[in-house]
Design a protein around this ligand. Structure first.
Ligand code: 5GP
Ligand code: ZN
Length: 113
């Protein structure tokens, strides 16, 4: 999608620190990290968020979680990390391209604010 910042990152039209990519998914460092490890795992396919996914995205959603576990291990945080997606403005979603935040490297509080 033309105006989507994550589509531009995936297309390497704007710079980012990509730590993993495959045919379906890309993982890169969040520009404003909220933890020592803060990665974003996104599908190459533009979809606005979790609620915009359909039955056809089931395998993709599973793949994104597998990628998250893999990049968590590579980042050295496999023993403790959080995977979260913000869906909708009231939940804090600011970029309308599905993404999972992978947070780790520090103690994480519960419940989140
Ligand atoms: P959301 O608020 O939608 O859940 O998460 C969007 C995330 O994207 C935020 O954590 C924000 O820091 C990150 N972000 C926004 N713009 C950019 C960018 O241009 N590059 C990178 N690497 N991260 C970005
Ligand atoms: Zn997009």
């Amino acid at each position: 999608m033309a105006d989507c910042i994550f589509c531009k990152i995936i297309a390497r039209q704007i710079p980012s620190q990509i730590v993993y990519e495959d045919e379906q998914a890309v993982a890169f460092k969040d520009v404003s990290p909220q933890a020592p490890t803060h990665l974003l795992i996104v599908p190459r396919k533009h979809v606005a968020g979790l609620s915009a996914c359909g039955d056809e995205d089931q395998a993709l959603l599973g793949h994104l979680q597998r990628v998250a576990a893999s990049v968590a291990a590579k980042a050295g945080v496999a023993s403790g990390y959080r995977l979260v997606t913000n869906n909708g403005r009231s939940a804090g979603q600011s970029v309308d391209h599905l993404h999972y935040h992978l947070l780790g490297g520090r103690s994480l509080q519960w419940p989140p604010g």
